[in-house]
Ligand binder design. Structure first.
Ligand code: ZN
Length: 382
């Protein structure tokens, strides 16, 4: 999807938060929905952790270079060329400080013709090179694929038009790219029609959500909401951090054969890169204020992230009735990676016909058909 998200990165603090937010943003650029975090597990660990002030063509190296050079260059020794910088216009200067100043000035000026997207790739590669390997590994799933390409395309390496109809629809996903093979051959795919859950004494999912700054993007497959880091859930003692959420119409999951008007997927990831997706179901009924807030911040263009002025009251998204079904499944979008723990909240919530209609105007149908449950175990909290 689109690298254009970057200039819109709205929160200065994210620069310090590094990879955590990088991952969240990975979803923003994603050409997939819940797939973002996971599909990239095999992708390069480069993450979108460039600080916001790196927008407009400045790479993080812009920030880092001066400090590095200062430390490494005690006057009057010549400033070493330890940081690769473009157009060394100060090469002729004999004063190291002047040299440094000049080079810094050069760096602060966006290269001619540099576009937001053009500078994006530079930023990514530069920044990722600065990250400690451990951090990168911890969030290794940040999908490079999610950042590349254009809206409605898959991995950046090639424009893969996957969608929900025709030859590029779900039945054809596996043939679009070799790495989408699981979409056809997988044995634990999602969504499923949830039936026959085993009612047991499951621990409630602990939601540690808070009012969060957010940004809305139409990624070509859905409307997706990017959030500031710090929202987590606890499932069975394992902690997952919320990456993004997005919508499907109609609902992908069914319960006892019943499909709902819409569903919302809250995509979480733990430190080992495992995914947990919480699905909320929506029928037509009274208005949902949080969803309305998302609609109010729809960007005008696909691929553009629109940062909202007000934080989103995330906790209000959750139903009062926290009973749920859980089973192991997959991403419901290419590459259909498996090993995803699904938590489907049993109690449907509501959206007005108008609220449903707004999404329908953008995505009349973006639900993968149900997949075989293949004798999988489904647990339900009683
Ligand atoms: Zn989804």
């Amino acid at each position: 999807m689109t690298p254009k998200l970057n200039p819109a990165r709205p929160w200065p603090t994210w620069g310090h938060l590094g990879l955590a937010c990088a991952l969240a943003w990975a979803g923003a650029g994603s050409a997939w929905a819940e797939g973002a975090a996971h599909g990239a597990a095999k992708a390069a660990p480069a993450t979108r952790s460039a600080p916001p002030n790196a927008a407009a063509g400045r790479s993080p190296a812009t920030i880092v270079a001066p400090a590095t050079r200062r430390a490494a260059a005690p006057a009057p020794a010549p400033v070493p060329d330890d940081v690769p910088l473009p157009a060394d216009t100060a090469a002729a200067s004999t004063d190291p400080l002047e040299h440094l100043r000049q080079r810094l000035a050069d760096r602060l000026v966006a290269p001619k013709g540099a576009t937001a997207s053009g500078s994006f790739d530079v930023r990514i590669s530069t920044r990722s090179g600065l990250q400690p390997p451990s951090a990168a590994a911890a969030h290794g799933a940040a999908p490079s694929r999610a950042r590349g390409g254009k809206v409605a395309h898959g991995p950046g390496a090639g424009a893969v038009h996957w969608g929900y109809e025709g030859e590029h629809g779900p039945a054809g996903w596996a043939s679009l790219r070799p790495e989408f093979g699981l979409c056809k051959t997988g044995q634990r795919q999602s969504p499923i029609d949830i039936r026959g859950g085993l009612a047991v004494n499951l621990e409630p999912v602990k939601f540690n959500y808070q009012d969060s700054k957010f940004s809305v993007v139409d990624n070509g497959h859905t409307v997706q909401v990017q959030l500031q880091p710090g929202n987590t859930i606890d499932i069975g003692g394992r902690k997952f951090e919320l990456q993004q959420f997005h919508f499907h119409r109609p609902s992908e999951e069914r319960i006892d054969g019943r499909q709902f008007e819409m569903s919302l997927h809250l995509v979480h990831k733990d430190e080992q890169g495992r995914l947990a997706v919480v699905a909320l179901l929506f029928d037509e009924g009274p208005a949902n204020a949080v969803v309305q807030e998302v609609w109010n911040n729809l960007p005008l263009e696909r691929g553009d992230a629109r940062p909202a002025r007000q934080p989103l009251a995330l906790t209000e998204l959750l139903p009062d009735d926290r009973r749920y079904y859980t089973y192991m499944g997959s991403l419901t979008t290419p590459p259909c990676s498996e090993g995803v723990q699904w938590v489907v909240m049993r109690a449907p919530q509501s959206l007005t016909a108008e609220q449903i209609g707004i999404f329908s105007r953008i995505y009349p149908m973006n639900a993968r058909p149900v997949q075989s449950a293949s004798g999988r175990r489904i647990l339900q909290s009683d």
